[in-house]
Design a binder for this molecule. Structure first.
Ligand code: 5GP
Length: 133
């Protein structure tokens, strides 16, 4: 994995150089609406520290940062009234997951039935892959 790039879009949002539609801000995290929503509710939660991905975050961040980050994810879902109807939390890590912005972000999706877990993946019709584990 390459080094953190200070010029990624979410770093610019954190520095106030680009606008965002803020949902919630805490000491270590910021939540804002995705610019290209894939569901009626599509919010991104990012840590304020410079972490590329979930792997980078859990290996380098403090316990305080990690706990508050995940608490913020849960609080956003509650704030947006998703806990009754349901929601999905996901984070794309690197190439296979099609990560586009290399500052850790967790997607919170909800507000409609979301269908099966994986969407958009090219599952070979001949079933040539084997599940791991
Ligand atoms: P990824 O594929 O890296 O998991 O998701 C990146 C997400 O960032 C996408 O859902 C995309 O719509 C969102 N995004 C990209 N640029 C911006 C932006 O400038 N503002 C906001 N709010 N979201 C963005």
């Amino acid at each position: 994995m390459e080094n953190y790039n200070e010029n990624n879009i979410f770093a610019k949002i954190l520095r106030g150089e680009l606008p965002c539609q803020k949902v919630l801000e805490t000491k270590h995290a910021l939540a804002f609406h995705d610019i290209n929503p894939q569901a009626p509710v599509h919010v991104l939660v990012i840590p304020k520290g410079a972490y590329i991905s979930l792997d980078d975050f859990v290996s380098k961040a403090s316990n305080d940062q990690i706990v508050e980050f995940w608490r913020t994810v849960g609080e956003v879902a509650r704030l947006l009234n998703l806990t009754g109807s349901g929601f999905r939390v996901l984070s794309n890590h690197s190439a296979d997951a099609h990560q586009e912005v290399f500052h850790l972000h967790v997607h919170i999706l909800g507000g409609r039935p979301l269908g099966p877990m994986l969407v958009g993946g090219d599952i070979p019709p001949d079933g040539t892959w084997e599940p791991l584990g």
